[in-house]
Design a binder for this molecule. Structure first.
Ligand SMILES: [Zn+2]
Length: 448
């Protein structure tokens, strides 16, 4: 049987391969081409004895499903869900080649090293060795490496959950991210488990004006001037904070000193506190976790320099809190638009509400038990991720879905946050060891 260090080497090697495959998803159907990584993983798992299946809803957009059948149909089943696509990276901004997968001073560099090829690789390594060691789970253990997570899962998790739900569905699902150790003031290690995610609403505000000659701007009806006012209103909009259970339990659980914890738990103080906190990364997270946010991101206006524009399209990225639906989002936009309502129409390009799973479940308890093998005395704390993940498709099928992995203390929580879709993304080999061993321990704890 392979030693721990051999398994770590395999996970490291696999991660390097996945990074070098450069499965960059730019949102177009022909991008990603995750087939390359599905092939690598299929070859890697070929000798595991598990059932392997691939699905290709669009040419090159391949997802892999590997399954170890349980011996007790009444026992809970578990799916480990990783994605193989990554977002684009501009090499000019990076200290090392974002697609080189280089191992430098104990760290693997490259796009996807944190989001989430690290976990996709360690899940595969653990799955292979569990299968080869003769491990037979009570409930099904499924490993899924999906395409297209970074563009709403249309050719990945959403497709699989719609077309072959029996192959990928499980009572419990684990995907990105979580498991970054945080030290509390009392010395206890806290490990965030992602229990929910904010909703996503991508809106288009169409601003109408009247065309005219650019040489005579006085008292014209310029759509761009009105759109600029709209952008200003969006930026200045300050809805009141809403503190939901995952947030309060997270802040109460991580053991912050009272001068930080108290304002973060007080809906009347949190806004001023975030405005003034010197730690910008924490301020942004705290604000995003307690508000439905709006970011104006794309604007298209005008046709020619000497023509007063009669039409502007402004795209707004809205991320909603638990409990918000489309009507709430539209009501907020109408509030922002105010007296410009006659000139502005709202178009919804994409909408998916926030989803979450219950916090106190057998999997929650198992994650805490298993994590303590690596971080003695550690406590898991719930966290709401502000980004969207594939967990929502599995929650819609009735699964309890969490985001978790296990990481070393080498890279801090703030740094991890900045590396998601950011520059100089990398992961230390010790984190790969921890995650690989944690998945194996979890299977032995939860699936027997
Ligand atoms: Zn991801």
């Amino acid at each position: 049987m392979a030693t721990e260090s051999a398994r770590t080497d395999e996970a490291t090697d696999l991660l390097q391969h996945l990074i070098r495959n450069r499965c960059v998803n730019d949102g177009t159907a022909a991008s990603g081409q995750e087939q390359r990584s599905a092939d690598v993983l299929r070859t890697y798992l070929e000798d595991s004895g598990a059932d392997l299946e691939t699905y290709e809803p669009e040419p090159g957009r391949t997802s892999l499903v590997a399954k170890l059948h349980g011996n007790d149909p009444t026992a809970p089943s578990l799916t480990l869900l990783g994605h193989t696509d990554v977002v684009p990276a501009n090499p000019d901004d990076w200290s090392h080649d974002p697609f080189g997968g280089e191992l430098i001073d104990g760290e693997v560099w490259g796009r996807g090293a944190i989001d989430m090829l690290n976990l996709t690789a360690t899940m595969a390594t653990s799955f292979r060795h569990l299968a080869r060691s003769g491990f037979r789970p009570s409930g099904d253990l499924t490993y899924v490496a999906v395409a297209d997570e970074e563009a709403l899962g249309v050719y990945g998790a959403e497709w699989l959950c719609r077309h072959v739900p029996d192959e990928v569905h499980a009572d419990y699902v684990i995907t990105e991210s979580g498991g970054f150790p945080m030290g509390g003031a009392d010395g206890t290690t806290r490990l965030p488990v992602i229990v929910g995610e904010k909703g996503v609403y991508w809106c288009r505000l169409v601003v109408k004006g009247t065309p005219g000659h650019g040489s005579q701007p006085l008292r014209t009806d310029n759509a761009l001037v009105k759109a600029a006012e709209l952008v200003r209103r969006i930026d200045e909009y300050r809805p009141k904070a809403q503190l939901h259970e995952a947030w309060t339990r997270f802040i109460e659980g991580i053991g912050l000193p009272p001068d930080l914890a108290e304002p973060l738990l007080d809906p009347d103080r949190i806004d001023d506190f975030c405005d003034e906190l010197p730690l910008v990364g924490l301020a942004r997270q705290a604000h995003a976790c307690t508000h439905t946010t709006m970011a104006p991101t794309v604007m298209q206006a005008g046709t020619k320099v000497n023509v007063i524009p009669d039409r502007v399209e402004l795209e707004v990225d809205i991320r909603s809190l638990p409990g918000w639906d489309t009507a709430d989002v539209v009501a907020m936009l109408e509030d922002v638009i105010g007296d410009l309502a006659d000139d502005v129409t709202i178009e919804l390009d994409f909408g998916a509400p926030s989803t979450s799973s219950p916090i106190d479940t057998p999997l929650w308890d198992a994650l805490e038990r298993v994590s303590r093998l690596f971080y003695p005395g550690a406590r898991t704390v719930p966290y709401l991720t502000v980004g969207a993940t594939d967990a929502r498709f599995h929650r819609a099928l009735g699964s309890v879905a969490y985001g978790f992995g296990l990481h070393s203390r080498a890279i801090g929580f703030e740094q991890y946050g900045a590396m998601f879709h950011g520059i100089d993304e990398r992961v230390d080999v010790e984190s790969l060891r921890l995650s690989t061993e944690m998945w194996t321990a979890l299977a032995h704890d939860f699936l027997v």
